[in-house]
Each structure stands twice: as structure tokens, then as C-alpha cells.
Design a protein around this ligand. Structure first.
Ligand SMILES: C[S@@+](CC[C@H](N)C(=O)[O-])C[C@H]1O[C@@H](n2cnc3c(N)ncnc32)[C@H](O)[C@@H]1O
Length: 212
């Protein structure tokens, strides 16, 4: 039988390739996203660290009989590796993810369709500027349990007023940032914005985290 699943596809500055059960997205300079087809396992260190922290919070809340469902905002959809992985968790009820570039949603649709990947309805796609969306959440009292800042222009981290995130978190909500350099300076900015439990962990790149 002819197997016509996509193994390589390009659109604009992006290239998606499939090999050894992994789907990877590259732009001209950087690997943006990667996940395993069968279980949406992810291979980036910052995401592995973020999942450990989220699992811990969910576990502690369960022990304390806090009956919660969690919503997540992912700034920077890429090829949806993080949103797909988060959709595996029963306790996570919705995953909003915003990206500037509509081509990425197109690529995601093509590649998931081609590989018969069943995409959870918990994932909501938002097309637009993440910083504008944070302002919109501030104005409209929209709040999340977890927010991940994963916005990059190629390999360059997008900087903005981190104070915008604070009001988009529920009480005790946690903000995570994927950071390649200067984790200390990002942590210090978050401390100045009154977050508690601020820290960072290195796993290839850095994950900076802070709790409201
Ligand atoms: C590293 S990728 C995100 C990877 C993704 N979280 C994943 O799990 O696969 C960075 C993304 O940030 C997006 N981006 C850059 N600036 C943005 C902005 N101001 N608003 C929304 N998305 C932005 C890029 O288009 C790119 O898709």
C-alpha cells in the first residue's frame, strides 16, 4: 500500500520534517518545536522542567483535596508541541495558544491530518500578537492557572513588559518562561513584579518560573 504521509514540508521560512516518530519544526535559524507522534512526548529541556513543576502542583492540590481543573495559556504556538503534550493531562481542561504567524496553524493542520494525529478539542488556537492578547486579558479579567512564555523571533527572545502577565494569572497561578540567556535577570524582573517562589532551572536552555 502506498504510504503518502508527509515527511518534509516547507512553508514561508518554515520547514517541518518527520523522522523516527518525531515531528520537528525549523525556521531559518532555529529548531522551534518538536514532539513524538505516538504520545506527544517532548524533547526540549524547558518543557520537561515545566511539566515536572505542573505535575507537582497538581499532585499537591490532589493531596489537599483541592478539586481543580487547570487552564493554560501558551504564548507562541510553534508547531503545537507543548499544547499537544499538555492535552494529555486529564486535569488540564483548556489550552489557549496564540501565535503571530498563521502559516504555523496551517502547517500544524496539514501535518497532523497527514499522520492521523488526533488533536484534542481542549486546544484553542488564537491568531495574533501575544502581547496584545495579554493586554486584552488584563482589560477583560481573563485569568489562567499556568502561562508559558515561549515567544521567539527566530532564536531571539521577544522582550515585553512582564508585569502584563501578573494580572492574567489566578491566585497562586504560575508563570513559566523559556529563556536561553540571562535567567537571573529575568528572575530579578519577576521578583520586582511581586511574584513569589521565583527561580530557574537549567536543562539545555533555562526554565524561569514564578508564582503569583
Ligand atoms: C519557539 S516557538 C514556540 C514553540 C511552541 N511553544 C511549541 O510548543 O512548539 C516561538 C513562536 O513564537 C511566535 N511569536 C514570536 N513573536 C510573537 C508574538 N509577539 N506574538 C505571538 N507569537 C509570537 C513565533 O511565530 C513562533 O512560532
Amino acid at each position: 500500500m502506498k504510504d503518502d504521509k508527509i515527511v518534509k514540508i516547507s512553508l514561508g521560512q518554515y520547514m517541518v520534517s518527520v523522522s523516527n516518530d518525531r515531528i520537528s519544526l525549523y525556521d531559518n535559524n532555529a529548531r522551534y518545536s518538536e514532539f513524538s507522534i505516538d504520545n506527544f512526548d517532548i524533547h526540549f529541556g524547558y518543557l520537561k522542567e515545566m511539566i515536572k513543576i505542573m505535575n507537582n502542583i497538581i499532585k499537591i492540590n490532589r493531596i489537599n483535596k483541592v478539586d481543580s481543573k487547570y487552564n493554560i495559556l501558551v504564548l507562541g504556538f510553534g508547531l503545537g508541541g507543548a499544547p499537544l503534550n499538555f492535552s494529555n493531562y486529564e486535569d488540564i481542561s483548556s489550552i489557549d495558544s496564540i501565535d503571530l504567524d498563521y502559516n504555523l496553524f496551517r502547517l500544524f493542520k496539514k501535518i497532523t491530518h497527514s499522520h492521523n494525529i488526533s488533536v484534542s478539542k481542549k486546544i484553542n488556537y488564537l491568531h495574533g500578537n501575544a502581547i496584545d492578547y495579554l493586554k486584552y486579558c488584563n482589560e477583560n479579567n481573563i485569568k489562567y492557572d499556568f502561562i508559558l512564555d515561549d515567544i521567539f523571533e527566530s532564536s531571539k527572545k521577544v522582550d515585553y513588559d512582564l508585569g502584563l502577565v501578573y494580572n492574567c494569572l489566578k491566585n497562586d497561578g504560575v508563570f513559566f518562561m523559556n529563556v536561553h540567556y540571562n535567567p537571573k535577570s529575568y528572575s530579578n524582573m519577576l521578583k520586582r513584579d511581586n511574584y513569589k517562589n521565583v527561580g530557574f532551572v537549567e536543562n539545555n536552555e533555562y526554565l524561569v518560573y514564578a508564582q503569583k
